[in-house]
Structure formats: structure tokens, C-alpha cells
Design a protein around this ligand. Structure first.
Ligand SMILES: [Zn+2]
Length: 213
């Protein structure tokens, strides 16, 4: 007789693997949830791998604004995620933080991991860039994922409305043109990002008291 408790490993092959995409603006707790999910699954005896790209720490780690952190594999454009993940024996799941920055080909590889290898993939990332245009990798995740979840952990625009979009600010002004990926909010970058509601992102209004010193 098999006794299954809440902490028993989930038997492999008992269900189809899934591809899930959790998206939301900056500061909505994506990385925190990614770390919590890794913790929960590993507590269940499942084996996982954590990937990231352009983490705020600047290193191969997933770090959250509230101070949690974990070593992770840095995803570079040349990395084949099927080779990487299947190269680790017996993985049950993969957590992909900052998946919006992966290549579209790498998103296809994540779907292959689910369908061909039975590995669960939990992807986290921004949906849209500073122009409110979808990142190609995020778009592919919307198209392919079994489940898509919007995270809204009380990140608010300065006006108090839900913050939905990421504004890129250079010299105190909201900008709408430029490279899709520019790392900001670091000491040596002139670029910073601010979460805004849709109307204030569209109007380019940053609110009083939020301009850089
Ligand atoms: Zn607003």
C-alpha cells in the first residue's frame, strides 16, 4: 500500500507536465514568488533548477526586493535549455525568472521540456516593455502556456491606481523609444524604471515627488 502525504514526492507520470507563466510589472513580487515556489516544490521532494537572466543583483542569482536570494543559472542567448535541463538527471521542474528576456527559441525549448520530457516549467517575467509593447518571449509564453497568471501584489501608481506598466525614465522624462532591454536602477545607469497605471503611462505623467533628485 502506498501512503501519500502532503510531503510525499508527486509520482512522475501521474499527470501531464505544465507550462505556467506568471507576469506582472516590476516590484509585484515575481522573484519572491519564484523563490517561494522553488522552496515549496523542493519541500515536496521534487528536484528543480532555477534559471534567470539580468537579475537585479547583476549576477547568476534570483534576488527579490525583499531580500531573499538563491543561486541560479544565468541564461545567455546561446544556451540550449533542453540540453541544459536534460543534462541534470531526474529534474521534476524548472523555474525561469526574468523569462521575458529569454529568446523566443528558448521559450520553444521550455515547451519541449514540458511536452517531450515531462518537466514542469514555471516562468516569471514582465509582459511588456517600457513602451507597453509585449516582449517577444512573453508573447510566446502567452501563446504556449497552459496557464497564465497576472500577479498584482499591491504595486501602485503614484495616483493609487494599480500599477500595470513599466515606464522608462531618462533625465526625469518618460521615454518611448530606445532599445527594448536596458538595465536601469543601478548607480551607474542614467535609466530608471517606474511602475505606472495605464493612464499615467500613456500620458507620461510621473507624479509629484517621484522625480529623481
Ligand atoms: Zn496613475
Amino acid at each position: 500500500m502506498t501512503v501519500v502525504s502532503a510531503l510525499s514526492p508527486v509520482p512522475r507520470g501521474s499527470r501531464d507536465a505544465v507550462l505556467k507563466f506568471y507576469f506582472g510589472p516590476m516590484d509585484c513580487g515575481k522573484s519572491t514568488l519564484a523563490l517561494q515556489m522553488n522552496y515549496n516544490h523542493s519541500r515536496q521532494g521534487r528536484r528543480g533548477l532555477v534559471l534567470t537572466k539580468h537579475d537585479r543583483s547583476g549576477g547568476a542569482r534570483v534576488t527579490s526586493r525583499i531580500g531573499l536570494g538563491l543561486e541560479a543559472v544565468e541564461v545567455v542567448d546561446s544556451l540550449d535549455l533542453v540540453e541544459l535541463v536534460t543534462g541534470h538527471a531526474g529534474l521534476d521542474y524548472v523555474i525561469c525568472d526574468e523569462a521575458c528576456f529569454y529568446s523566443v527559441e528558448q521559450i520553444e525549448q521550455l515547451a519541449d521540456l514540458v511536452d517531450e520530457h515531462g518537466i514542469d516549467v514555471y516562468a516569471f517575467g514582465l509582459a511588456s516593455d517600457f513602451r507597453s509593447v509585449m516582449f517577444p518571449a512573453a508573447q510566446r509564453l502567452f501563446e504556449l502556456a497552459d496557464e497564465v497568471c497576472r500577479l498584482q501584489v499591491e504595486v501602485l501608481c503614484w495616483c493609487g491606481r494599480p500599477g500595470l506598466l513599466n515606464g522608462r525614465i531618462v533625465g526625469g522624462e518618460l521615454v518611448r523609444t530606445g532599445e527594448q532591454v536596458v538595465i536601469g536602477d543601478t548607480d551607474d545607469s542614467p535609466v530608471r524604471y517606474q511602475v505606472l497605471c495605464r493612464r499615467h503611462h500613456r500620458a507620461g505623467l510621473l507624479g509629484e515627488g517621484t522625480l529623481p533628485a
